[in-house]
Design a protein around this ligand. Sequence first.
Ligand code: BGC
Length: 475
Amino acid sequence: MTQRFPQQTDPAAGTQGRHPPTGWGGRALVCACLALGGLAPAWAAPAGALADKPAAELNVLHWWTSASERAAADHVAARMAEIGLRWVDGAVAGGGGGAAIKVLNERTLRRMAPKVAQLNGQSMSEWADMGLLLELDGVAQRRQWSRVLFPQVMAQLTVREHVVAAPLGIHRINNLYLNKSLFRQHRIELPSDWDGLERAAARLRAAGVSPVAFSDEPWQVATVFEALLLSEAGPALYRRMLVQRDPAAFGDPALERAFKRLRVWRSLAGPAPAVTAPASGAAVAAPGERPWTELVADFAAERSAMLIMGDWARGELGMLGLEGGRDFECKAVPGTAQVHLFSIDTLAMLAGGSPAQAEQEKMAELLGSAALQLGYNRIKGSVPVRRDVPVDELDPCAQQSFHLFANPATPRVPSLVHRMAFGEVGKNAIIETVHRFALDPSQTPAAAQRKLQGLLRALSPAAATAAPNPRKAAP
Ligand code: BGC
């Protein structure tokens, strides 16, 4: 894959022109590792221009550990180095960020909070409510974020009228990736509805190809499930369930259908591959709980033909040399083509501790800048958070996601699993309910629906006691 890096036009984005992603270039690497979490190199400021002034360190806690995620983070680190800031890496492995958030909690309780943390959506609001985040209103004003960012992004960054995080990229979740080469080899038309998908799956299986890449890891099961729910419920009912948290909406037959669909989709993956225990005796995940990167690798190597996944998978496919549109088709999950099921990545600046506000603000400014946005999102698989970034150089899948998100007529619905609708505790409880259903063949879809409805009553006590209000059903 060729990476192209645009000319920088935004002063906040540094002064140099073309940049390879870090890890590719010949700059000096410094290993400044955090005590907790995965260890990875951090960037030193380049010798020369800033040599007389040591770069100010900002430790960043995040969960970007796949090859593309790493390269995207390294890209940010390299741009920071140009303006005298050093990204000290605190990566905590684990897709979806469950482990990273636990480490962040632990570090904060021990007064070892990092300066910067990947905190998205409702989780971020919880931290802001506790007064733990630096307000970035000055940065937002200086860089005119309310004018240049999508309103939906601005809304995500704002808690009680204060901007409390810097935006990175917009991911789309309701993607269905089809491996074009496999479909071509077996002379199967690319399907676009559920019947077509099931017919294609039967033919692929008969030809000895695993039709679907699927993982039993709880957050991945639930990520597929929320896309299936959107497919069955449509955006208005999806919102009633997960935004308005109306327990009555969970009585709709669409929810039972979504559970049924999940069971079918999982069955198309076939039995989970066996794993060999590591010699070290370290704990291993259950056989079916494969990291998302393995699913992407299987898909890229033509070991499986279809994948439902957030578009960080597209970033990873790019690192493996595959190109959207050419090697794989990015369709929406059937029935959701006109809807954007989104998740927005943001980095929050933690308040308190040793003073670093000036550096944190400088980093926030950089993150929102047009040039950083294009370079970072091109690698990551997400799309820019700004409306003024030209996306015609991005692949067709990214362009599609960007234009759909930008269109005011598009229903944009928040991802549950990726913290856009619920905070950590609520979303974990829902994920667990969905995961249990997926793994327990004796549980019927109707029973799973009742469990979820009960859980929502518990999560929304006020809504549970209110009389059902039909007007709430309006989109
Ligand atoms: C994050 C992405 C990340 C993905 C897989 C999501 O929650 O928003 O940035 O790539 O998890 O770990």
